[in-house]
Design a protein around this ligand. Structure first.
Ligand code: C5P
Length: 223
């Protein structure tokens, strides 16, 4: 069996954006690269965990020794997460689209000769983190969310901690001048019921390793 501080533990991780189809050829997406989630999966494997990575569309190779489940939409991601549970830990690093189309067109939307513009109607997507957080039987022992914000970082993260019933929120400032979205480094604040911990600017790989060792220390102290 695997060795390491997470040996014998199961970890479920979400990563990347979701794509929400508009019609057969178009979709709504966001700028998430998936780098942080993939780095977390690699760090969890290195710590000895059994890892399932549920990934939206990204251009990163599958990490070794990880069970990778590829999905497109938020609803597919929720179904894949529920299928991957139970787990000791879940880390929701995906940038899940808040909205999808109320109705997905079965045919490509065509330009109207009249010049009339299409009107897109939205429906709210399920919140995967909140769904799992409020699950009676399937809620992992340690549930970690991310919060990408451009303002009021800590207040927003604390709100998410409560509303989604997460244990930790890894908050980061994704204002364009930070270069975090799509970039290789990350400056995070770890928000929990115990307070706020500021981490220095680190590579996404180092953030992943530090977070995974914190998770291992927490689980091993709760045993
Ligand atoms: O989008 P928001 O800032 O609320 O995301 C915070 C956390 O909630 C992230 O961990 C994200 O993966 C998760 N989330 C989710 N499902 C959604 C929206 C967000 O799991 N529909």
């Amino acid at each position: 069996g695997a060795q390491g501080p997470l040996a014998g533990r199961k970890v479920v991780i979400t990563a990347g954006p979701t794509h929400e189809p508009i019609d057969p050829v178009r979709y709504i997406a966001n700028r998430s690269s998936g780098k942080q989630g993939y780095a977390l999966a690699a760090a969890a494997v290195a710590a000895g965990a059994q890892v399932t990575l549920i990934s939206g569309p990204v251009s990163i190779a599958d990490p070794d020794w990880v069970d990778v489940v590829k999905v497109e939409s938020a609803r597919e991601m929720l179904a894949a997460v529920e299928a991957a549970l139970p787990a000791d830990v879940a880390i929701m690093a995906a940038a899940v689209a808040d909205w999808r189309m109320a109705e997905e067109g079965r045919q490509k939307i065509k330009k109207e000769a009249s010049g009339a513009l299409p009107v897109l109607k939205f429906a709210e997507n399920p919140d995967i983190l909140a769904t799992i957080g409020h699950h009676d039987s399937l809620r992992p022992q340690l549930l970690v969310g991310f919060a990408a914000e451009t303002q009021n970082l800590v207040t927003n993260a604390q709100g998410k901690l409560q509303r989604k019933n997460a244990d930790w929120i890894v908050a980061n400032d994704v204002s364009p001048q930070t270069g975090i979205m799509g970039g290789d480094s990350n400056t995070i604040r770890l928000v929990s019921a115990d307070g706020v911990e500021d981490w220095p600017q680190l590579s996404k790989v180092d953030v992943a390793e530090r977070l995974i060792s914190r998770i291992a220390a927490t689980l091993n102290s709760e045993d």
